[in-house]
Design a protein around this ligand. Sequence first.
Ligand code: MN
Length: 501
Amino acid sequence: MKGFENFEVWFVTGAQLLYGGDAVIAVDAHSNEMVKGLNNSGNLPVKVVYKGTVNSAREVTETLKAANNDPHCIGVITWMHTFSPAKMWIHGLQELRKPLLHFHTQFNKEIPWETMDMDFMNLNQSAHGDREFGHIVTRMRKNRKVVVGHWQDPAAQAKIAVWMRVAAAWADAQDMRIIRFGDQMNNVAVTDGDKVEAEMRLGYHVDYYPIADLVAVQDQVTEAEVDALVAEYEKEYDLAPNCQAGGKDRQQVRNAAREEIALRHFLQEKGAKAFTTNFDDLAGVDQLPGLACQRLMAEGYGFGAEGDWKTAALYRTMWFMGQGLPRGCSFLEDYTLNFDGEKSAILQAHMLEVCPLIAEHKPKLEVHPLGIGGKNDPARLVFTSKQGAGVAATIVDMGNRFRLIVNEVDCIKSKELPKLPVASALWIPRPSFEVGAAAWILAGGTHHTSFSYDLTTEYLEDYADMAGIEMVVIDANTTIPQFKKELRLNEIFYMLNKALC
Ligand code: MN
């Protein structure tokens, strides 16, 4: 995993000095025990660090400013043990730039009916203290995640874990560099957008390099490096007869390996976490880099085809969130429709570039002609995807804002495509093919998506909140009239929001 172990989340307890020194000591002891419990639960991917109890405006501001400035701190969890008058949080919250989670919990699980007295009441005030805190955060229009539950409850911990993964991906995106080889595909609207606004709003930075720069790196790749990588292919995949040693397309496999090595070197050297290609911009390259894109995606490099840097960024972010989870993610494209009554579905594929993390079985390495791009026959991994639920997501530029569109989908068994040897998935959008696809189109969604089996809508909701962007969800409860209403209301909300900011 890239960096979860280097990250920490700060736990800050709110209180005040009204209740005396004994209370301060008890609050501190409880907080320590809770943080220890959270860390020992085994349910949280990022370490929680207790940063003490804040009892005054000065302490709040100092702590939250320190959170901003600590590169390991990816977010702050707040919890009000006693009643913490919320005006003392104003200046600190004005400063805070890291993601915020408000944990509405309580040290004791159940009411101690027999022993509870006024001292206990003065000490354990989360029920009203968290409401006072919540008010000021809402009054200040600050996005945050509110998690309600006892701190030992795995369901509450699971919600914190989701937010932690998203906060980690958010931190990762703040120095994400995306390299475009070539521009957008000519005339395409939906994959284009405002790169300046993207950097201001979403953190990542998009650069352009001519493909000739990659070719120069490719020229430095040695035969020994190619040998080693092809040996790795032989270990990981089933090679088609024409790809095996002595096969007629063996050289194409070697050329693909050379491209992969060059791409990896280039991205490493530039400190890039994501990239795009364009099949119209391949001068000096042997073949459309299919296999290379597939394998680099599996390593966590963001990828978007035809210059689609927004999807490249979103893929990297979703891959980062899902690190260590078992089922995988991929860049995908709505390829072709299968009208089949209640089982009507959309075949998801691309020319070549589908991530093998979603493969159901060991992928096959094959070389076939490709009728686009005018290059030599490219190598690619061929497989069908796992079955089960997942989320497909995209970000589109609406001109005055970014809109994140999420569709919950169900992947069903796909079939072999003997005449179209590419990797694929087959999914039915929720709530149905007809409603899901109509809603996606009404929302202005792309034909490219970033897809994950491991993530749920909750992850993307946390992401949209951290980024402060619009999000629309298409799920089992979506109806077209309601969805249209939501889009219309959002139009007004973001117009006013822009005017007020
Ligand atoms: Mn495409």
